[in-house]
Design a binder for this molecule. Structure first.
Ligand code: NAP
Ligand code: GDP
Length: 369
């Protein structure tokens, strides 16, 4: 080899390395149109990633949570690209994995409502369980399985009504709904692909996390959304189910940071992501009304219980048994010590601040359901 050829090869390999160093990391966010998908995409864009969001086709636009960061094809060097895809469709998952060639894949797609999963158990399990397997298989078959890091949005619902309080990574799993059971499959298949194929695949066992972007069929957002309407006199009474269930609620914006940190560690593993505090639905309701200037007094018991505006005597909260669940998690409380130690992560937003953020956002009347 002549000296000139050697020099040329050195230059070429240097330029290839330099390109690799400067090329942005590519993340695939599956479920980009959801609450977490939107916050995670914002975070990844801030960190300089090229984000490939996977959304499913709907007859109405389903991108309202990401419209403010959307970039169309004409934008030079755009860093947010949307693809159509459904996790139940293995063929498309495989094509996307080959075409996009991501460094990191976040699976946030789910039929995520526990109560709805009792009404649509087969579909919920198909999306949550088989959908996760489809993604893992698409990664395994992509020819880049050792280059891709995978995050699975696991859930505290895998524990069900756990005998242990708080729940940690060793707590026995005993889900109490089709949703929880499907998430349990997704959790273990992620572990299985890590152990069987050496893939970098991690579960974040996420406890409830909320925000103004939460769908208003979930208790917290249902409450804050209703308060906005009650104050604007568009509605009189908020109907709820079990007021005494306890949840470990955090702010979604804090939780997506834990997702990202999970994939930046040297070794893959599973971790609880939680606030470490548990509050009843009743407490959330009282605090949210107080934030809007209404003090609640409770009268009656069980399904006849009513929350009354102490000043006006009007009933602002009542029970509708339709919201009682066939099976219930009485107390969710997560121990996130492992995440705190490994990731140096803990939530920045307190329970009181979360309630405040959500109520203030819904008082404006501008925030869609
Ligand atoms: P979310 O707001 O309901 O978002 C779910 C996303 O999944 C949406 O983008 C939805 O699309 C998409 N999706 C649903 N079915 C799909 C399918 N078949 N193919 C492709 N995409 C599909 O949920 P989230 O609160 O952001 O939660 C994100 C993940 O964390 C979920 O896996 C959830 O189970 C898990 N998790 C959440 C919590 C929580 O408290 N938020 C707690 C534990 C675990 P559309 O916009 O078209 O509906
Ligand atoms: P989940 O923990 O993922 O099921 O989150 P949700 O916000 O849907 O439910 C949290 C708790 O609130 C559960 O124990 C429900 O039984 C209770 N809850 C009480 N009333 C309601 C209601 O009207 N809607 C919902 N979604 N939950 C309610």
């Amino acid at each position: 080899m002549s000296f000139l050829t050697f020099l040329l090869m050195l230059l070429i390999s240097f330029s290839v390395c330099a390109k690799d160093v400067s090329a942005p990391k590519k993340a695939m966010v599956i479920g980009v149109t959801g609450q977490d998908g939107a916050y995670l995409t914002e975070l990844l864009l801030e960190k300089g990633y090229e984000v490939h969001g996977v959304r499913r086709r709907a007859s109405m636009f389903n991108t309202r949570r990401i419209d403010h960061i959307y970039q169309n094809r004409q934008v030079d060097n755009r860093r947010l690209v949307l693809h159509y895809g459904d996790v139940t469709d293995l063929a498309t998952m495989m094509v996307l994995m080959r075409e996009v060639q991501p460094d990191e894949v976040y699976n946030l797609a789910a039929e995520g409502h526990e109560m709805v999963s009792f009404k649509m158990p087969v579909y919920s399990c198909t999306v949550n369980a088989m959908g996760t397997l489809n993604i893992l298989e698409a990664i395994r078959q992509s020819g880049r399985k050792d280059q891709i890091r995978f995050f699975q949005a696991s859930s505290n619902h895998i524990f069900g009504s756990a005998p242990e309080i708080p729940q940690n990574e060793q707590t026995p799993m005993h889900p109490t709904s089709p949703y929880g059971t499907s998430k349990l499959f997704a959790h273990w298949i992620t572990v299985n692909y890590r152990e069987s194929y050496g893939m970098y695949a991690c579960n974040g066992i996420l406890f409830n996390h909320e925000s103004p972007r939460r769908n208003s069929t979930f208790s917290t957002r249902k409450i804050t959304h209703a308060i906005g309407r009650i104050l604007r006199k568009e509605k009189h009474t908020l109907y709820l189910g079990n007021l005494d269930a306890m949840r470990d609620w955090g702010y979604a914006k804090d939780y997506v940071e834990a997702m990202w940190l999970t994939l930046q560690q040297e070794k893959p593993t599973d971790r609880i992501i939680a606030s470490g505090e548990s509050h009843t639905v009743r407490e959330f309701t009282e605090l949210a009304f107080r934030e809007a200037g209404i003090e609640i007094e409770w009268h009656g018991t069980g399904e006849h219980e009513k929350g009354v505006d102490a000043k006006t005597g009007k009933v602002v909260v009542a029970i509708d048994t339709v919201y009682y669940r066939p099976n219930e998690i009485n107390c969710a409380l997560g121990d996130a010590a492992k995440a705190q130690k490994d990731l140096n992560w803990k939530p920045k937003t307190s329970f009181n601040d979360l309630v405040k953020i959500m109520v203030q956002s819904d008082l404006s009347g501008q925030n869609p359901r």
